[in-house]
Design a protein around this ligand. Structure first.
Ligand code: NDP
Length: 327
């Protein structure tokens, strides 16, 4: 038996609790992992609170990320004792996830734990941090450099935003952090933000084009925020869009794209190919300061994870939540 969070019932009528789970119930997979650490991401919170239909079947163990040690493997790439990390691939949605002491998965979804990180640090990064790196890579691949001008990061105190601010600042970019939490200004400056912008300035309906201000942007919000970000981009500016914290809609015009050659890059972490993941983790090892990463962590025990999920929905989370799973 092992401990894990279990979502039971059905869509719209789910019950979530910490349970003792029989190992025989683990799903199919060619690698079994003793989970050391997991984390809570926005998507896990949507799943646990039932705010969005993330779980595709029941019962489901939530948790889109895990880090741990292989105990059994028939996959040629992994053997017992290997330390591994998993992000996404539908785990915690279609396949039992990381918020439990054991997981059985496809070895194709795993990557080796990068040598520069502990399992705890890897989960402090988690999907949020790895997505932040994918967004930075998207800006770079479209030609944005520190000389291009200021970079805007929305949802800056959240998981994706905090890691994005820290990476960009370390790379020498001038970062403007957009936040709805003015009381977190000193936290954002400690991560390297040069300027702080009140989220309210971007939250309402705006003009098709505003003053050319940003050379690049990483947006976790969507909705009016993303539309206003696009409207304020410099000529040939690049926006990496990965989230929907403000909404799924995109009430914009084509003006920034056809008059300023703005590029809008969509970023998805869940199905990103392995080579992109390895590149992102390699760059995280180079470009994310471990001290700043530590400053983002709130550690929450597994038996308080369900309660902590609720805080995502009211936007009060700062940084990253790490869940020690092993006892
Ligand atoms: P967090 O909850 O940690 O952070 C989100 C932040 O967004 C909040 O802390 C808040 O920051 C800001 N925010 C909250 N409500 C609003 C609002 N109404 N309008 C604008 N900003 C708001 O979540 P994550 O950072 O983990 O994830 C952010 C988004 O990115 C989510 O939508 C998530 O689903 C998505 N995501 C997508 C991935 C992908 O593969 N495409 C992977 C990972 C995440 P502040 O108070 O500082 O403004």
């Amino acid at each position: 038996m092992f401990k894990g969070i279990l979502m039971e019932g059905s869509r719209g009528d789910q019950q979530v609790s910490l349970k003792s789970i029989d190992e025989a119930w683990l799903p199919e997979g060619d690698v079994t992992v003793d989970v050391a650490y997991s984390t809570l991401n926005y998507k896990d919170a949507l799943a646990i609170t039932g705010t969005a239909p993330i779980a595709k079947s029941y019962p489901m163990v939530p948790g889109i990320d895990l880090a741990g040690v292989v105990t059994e493997s028939s996959n040629p790439e992994f053997k017992a004792g290997d330390e591994v990390v998993l992000n996404g691939w539908g785990v915690g949605e279609k396949h039992w996830g990381g918020l439990a002491q054991k997981a059985r998965l496809s070895g194709d979804w795993l990557i080796p734990l990068p040598a520069s990180f502990t399992a705890r640090q890897a989960m402090a990064i988690g999907t949020a941090g790895y997505t932040a790196m994918l967004c930075v890579l998207a800006l770079e691949k479209h030609g944005v450099t520190p000389d291009s001008g200021d970079i805007l990061v929305t949802g800056a105190t959240g998981g994706v935003g905090s890691v994005a601010v820290a990476i960009l600042a370390k790379l020498g970019y001038s970062v403007t952090a957009v936040t709805g939490k003015p009381e977190e200004e000193s936290y954002l400056r400690s991560l390297g933000a040069k300027q702080i912008l009140d989220r309210a300035e971007l939250s309402g309906p705006g003009k098709p084009l505003t003053r050319e201000t940003w050379a690049g942007a990483i947006d976790v919000a969507g909705g009016h925020v993303l539309a206003n970000v696009c409207a304020g981009m410099k000529y040939r500016g690049v926006v990496a869009a990965c989230g929907l914290a403000a909404g799924m809609d995109f009430p914009a015009t084509v003006a920034p794209f056809i008059l300023r050659s703005v590029t809008l890059c969509g970023v998805d972490s869940v199905m990103a190919p392995k080579k992109d993941r390895l590149e992102a983790w390699e760059r995280l090892a180079q470009d994310l300061s471990p001290e700043l990463l530590d400053s983002m962590i709130t550690e929450v025990p597994l038996d308080e994870a369900i309660e902590a999920a609720g805080q995502f929905m009211d936007g009060t989370i700062r940084g990253r939540i790490v869940i020690p799973v092993v006892e």
